[in-house]
Design a protein around this ligand. Structure first.
Ligand code: FDM
Length: 217
C-alpha cells in the first residue's frame, strides 16, 4: 500500500448515516493495523474563527443569509487547504468527514443554484476517493432531533434529493462510490467497514502521481 504522498479520502452523505463511526474505524485500522500515517478531519472545522461562526449558525445562535453561510462553509475548507496539502505531500493520508459535495447538496436544498454553489469550491484539493453513504429504500428512517439547524427529517430528505440528482446527472460524480449504509442484519457495521477498506486499499495501491489535482477543474 506504499506511496509517497498520502491519499485524500472523503466520506459524504446525510447526517446520522454512520460517516463518523466508519471514518474513525477506518482511521484506526489504517494507522494501527496497516502502519499508515493517517488523520481524520471533519468539515465544518469548528475550531477556527470561521468555523466558530458556522457553529453558532448551526446552533441557531446567529442568523446568516443562505449565500453568506455557503461562502463561510467554503472559506472554512479553503483556510485548511495549505495544511492539508502539506500533510498529504509528506505522506499522511487524510480521512475527511464531509467536503464540497455537502456544501453543494445542503445549499442547493435551500434553493441556491447548483453551479453557483460549486463555483467557490473549484480548485480545492481533488479527493482520491469519495465514498457517498446511501441508505436503501428499505432502510429504517433516520431519526433527527432537530438539535442543530439542518437536523430535521424534511430538510434531510431535500438534501438527499440534491445528492441523488447531482450523483445521477453530473459527470463530476462519476468517480464517486456509493456505500450502502443500511445498518441491519444483512449489513452490520463490520460489513460496511470491510467494503470501505476494500475501496481504500485499491485507492492507496493505485495512487500513481505525487501531484495533487484540483477539484472540478
Ligand atoms: N454542511 C456541511 C453544509 O451545509 N455545508 C457544508 O459545506 C458542510 C461541510 O453542516 F448538517 C452541513 C451539514 C450538516 C452541518 O455538519 C454540520 P456535521 O457533520 O454535523 O458537523
Amino acid at each position: 500500500m506504499g506511496s509517497k504522498r498520502g491519499a485524500l479520502i472523503i466520506f459524504e452523505g446525510l447526517d446520522r448515516i454512520g460517516k463518523t463511526t466508519q471514518s474513525k474505524l477506518l482511521c484506526d485500522y489504517l494507522s494501527q493495523d496497516c502502519n499508515i500515517r493517517c488523520e481524520r478531519l471533519a468539515f465544518p472545522d469548528r475550531t477556527t474563527q470561521i468555523g466558530g461562526l458556522i457553529d453558532a449558525y448551526l446552533q441557531r445562535k446567529i442568523e446568516c443569509n443562505d449565500r453568506t453561510i455557503h461562502l463561510l462553509f467554503s472559506a472554512n475548507r479553503w483556510e485548511c487547504m495549505d495544511s492539508m496539502r502539506a500533510k498529504l505531500l509528506r505522506g499522511d493520508t487524510l480521512i475527511v468527514d464531509r467536503y464540497a459535495y455537502s456544501g453543494v447538496a445542503f445549499s442547493q436544498a435551500k434553493g441556491l443554484d447548483k453551479t453557483w454553489c460549486q463555483s467557490c469550491d473549484v480548485g480545492l484539493i481533488k479527493p482520491d476517493l469519495v465514498l457517498y453513504f446511501h441508505r436503501g429504500k428499505q432502510a429504517n428512517c433516520l431519526s433527527y432531533t432537530g438539535e442543530e439547524r439542518y437536523e430535521t427529517k424534511h430538510f434531510q430528505e431535500e438534501v438527499e434529493t440534491c445528492f441523488e440528482q447531482f450523483r445521477s446527472s453530473s459527470h463530476q460524480w462519476k468517480d464517486i462510490n456509493v456505500i450502502n449504509a443500511d445498518n441491519n442484519q444483512m449489513r452490520n457495521r463490520e460489513t460496511i467497514q470491510e467494503e470501505i477498506r476494500s475501496y481504500v486499499k485499491d485507492t492507496l495501491k493505485n495512487l500513481k502521481s505525487n501531484d495533487l489535482e484540483e477539484l472540478w477543474k
